[in-house]
Design a protein around this ligand. Sequence first.
Ligand SMILES: [Zn+2]
Ligand SMILES: [Zn+2]
Length: 225
Amino acid sequence: MAFETREELLEKYIEMDKPHCPHCDQEMILWEVPPINFSDGLGWGTPFLFVCFNDECPSYKKGWEHLQETMEAPASYRCINEPGQKNFEYMPVFSPLGATGGKLDDEILVKQKAEKELLKQTFFVLTDYYMAKDWDEILKIALDPKIPVRARLKAVEMVGELADVEAIEHLINHKFPTPVFQESVDKVIEQLHERHFTRECPFCAEIIKKRATVCKHCQKEVPRG
Ligand SMILES: [Zn+2]
Ligand SMILES: [Zn+2]
């Protein structure tokens, strides 16, 4: 079987017909398996499962009584199904809210799908701007917090290749969402300085020529760059 990324799997599962719980016949909900295995022997080979989250499910209700009697533990099981598999299994939960954090309800799924669509569109638009060398528009995308980070990173990269020296100021004055993102931006700022033979004045931080000996903004003598 070909290797599929988490996103590809999710996309596939969203399109799938949701299975119905064999105990209560309710539609099961797509659930994101937490990154930590909460019990040994339960290393599921899938990042997503379908789960019956119906609190009135007879199997789930019986589980409380059964586990209270046998293990004297307040716990139960919820019925689960690995997407694409025929058989149903069970996972333990220790409260009615147990595992509900990973629930991918329809609202979240719709949002994720919309985000994915936006990402795709942005990449198309970026390609157009890139061909047209329209770095101004590309810079706007790089700075737009509503655009998915992956597309913004691509935009920043393009800015490094195409932009005029004025882009540096916009990049410096913007707050980027993660350290990794900021690091990429810093590299691109370096790249822009290199391409335009400029640097920052060590005294006033304005952009000056690399070979300047006096800053044209603060008039101070600057060491050679
Ligand atoms: Zn059920
Ligand atoms: Zn200066």
